[in-house]
Ligand binder design. Structure first.
Ligand code: GDP
Ligand code: MG
Length: 384
């Protein structure tokens, strides 16, 4: 025990020892983690707490699966992508769904109106995007409060998140609660999975390549053993913290892109609060709007489209105009991906394509299957 831990830490440790249920253990460990002084001397203790935390979270996950039952919250995907609206009660999620889509969801001035996810379709530049008004985030959903687990698994299903906060009250507090619950539920927001590859073997011990990218190789070995990996080649391909390494061992984490909507910007204080929020969270894009007064709605639609990283590709047959509507593709897709999307015959018998648009130098340029298409391209596929 390092000498310089605080009384709060020791109290949290007592709580941990006395905790009887898994959620209690998790809460106490989180308290221990947050009260431990953050410096080099306590790094190992912090990691050991994290490890215990992920063990208990696994346990919770398993018990959840076993318990089953309860309403399922997942929404069947439709359209080019699914985007979840997440936020505290009363922030205006349902109102936002209403102005963005054709959905008929209930808006009410009392909290907790939306108890199941409500989908709606957003039409942007002829692409259909499914928006889902999620039940509210509240404190401790991550350890199963309310319908927490169902909500988390529904959010996992989405391709991207839109975080909704109320600019007229205390958006910084809203953000803290939302980000904390998302983190505890295994979400990593606007981050990539750490670039670590683990090749497991049946013997030979542990070999690590890329040692120069981490601060403590022994600690890495310990974490591997803790995770029951004793024979493996571990390839670390970028500079990462020990905590990142722990994340890379956890297959349950879900990496999502997100941006923030500051709703109710028609109300007093919203401008000042927006400035405060932006200062506090410079890493987030924060778009102000009013769902009620319909302010800035087009901009919001554009941002939703942007975060999904999709492009619109028009197909055409030789000698005729482009087909309508366009098809949505992931950015980085190739001509062959487009062919597959159109029909499997086009994919199987693909010969070459002709392209008009941003990805080529001149109109009607010939391109092979591995050519990467861009937003707005018109693609004519020729088959054998
Ligand atoms: N002034 C103002 N009120 C809003 C706005 N958006 C929603 N509200 C109100 O805030 C309350 C909660 O809205 P609702 O959409 O039900 O929030 P949810 O619980 O997050 O789904 C309702 O009384 C809405 O009328 C807005 O942009 N401006
Ligand atoms: Mg609602």
């Amino acid at each position: 025990m390092p000498a310089n831990v605080t009384r709060e830490y020791l109290l949290a440790e007592d709580e941990y020892r006395e905790a009887k249920t898994v959620p209690e253990k998790i809460k106490a460990l989180e308290k221990m983690y947050s009260t431990i002084p953050k410096h080099k001397g306590t790094e190992k203790m912090r990691l050991s707490i994290k490890q215990r935390l992920s063990k208990y979270k696994d346990e919770l996950e398993k018990s959840k699966v076993k318990r089953g039952g309860g309403p399922s919250f997942s929404v069947k995907k439709e359209g080019a992508a699914q985007v979840a609206l997440v936020g505290l009660p009363n922030s205006g999620k349902s109102s936002i769904l209403k102005v963005l889509t054709n959905a008929n969801t209930e808006v009410a001035s009392y909290p907790l109106t939306t108890i199941i996810p409500i989908p709606g379709m957003l039409d942007y530049k002829d692409i259909q995007i499914q928006m889902v008004d999620m039940p509210p985030i509240i404190k401790d959903i991550s350890i199963g409060k309310g319908f927490g687990f169902q909500l988390i698994s529904a959010i996992r299903n989405a391709d991207a998140l839109v975080i909704v906060v109320d600019l007229s009250k205390d958006p910084v507090r809203d953000m803290e609660i939302i980000l904390n619950e998302l983190y505890r539920s295994g979400f990593r927001i606007n981050k990539r999975r750490p670039d670590v590859e683990i090749k497991k073997f049946s013997s030979g011990g542990i070999e690590i390549s890329g040692k120069e990218y981490v601060s403590d190789v022994n600690e890495i070995k310990k974490m591997l053993i803790e995770n029951k990996i004793s024979n493996a080649l571990v390839i670390i391909k970028e500079k990462i913290t020990l905590e990142d390494f722990l994340d890379s061992l956890n297959r349950n984490l879900s990496y999502k892109k997100a941006f923030v909507l500051g709703n109710k910007n028609d109300l007093e204080k919203s401008y000042e609060n927006l400035e405060i929020l932006r200062k506090k969270y410079p890493e987030f894009e924060i778009i102000p709007l009013s769902a009620e007064k319909e302010i800035n709605i087009e901009h919001v639609k554009e941002k939703i489209y942007e975060i999904l990283d999709i492009i619109r590709v028009f197909t055409k047959s030789p000698g005729s105009d482009p087909d309508y509507p366009p098809i949505a593709m992931k950015r980085g897709s190739t001509v062959l991906d487009v062919a597959r999307e159109v029909h499997k015959q086009f994919y199987k018998n693909f010969k070459y394509s002709k392209i008009w648009g941003n990805s080529v130098k001149y109109d009607g340029q010939r391109a092979g299957g591995d050519h990467i298409v861009e937003d707005g391209d018109i693609v004519e596929i020729h088959i054998k």
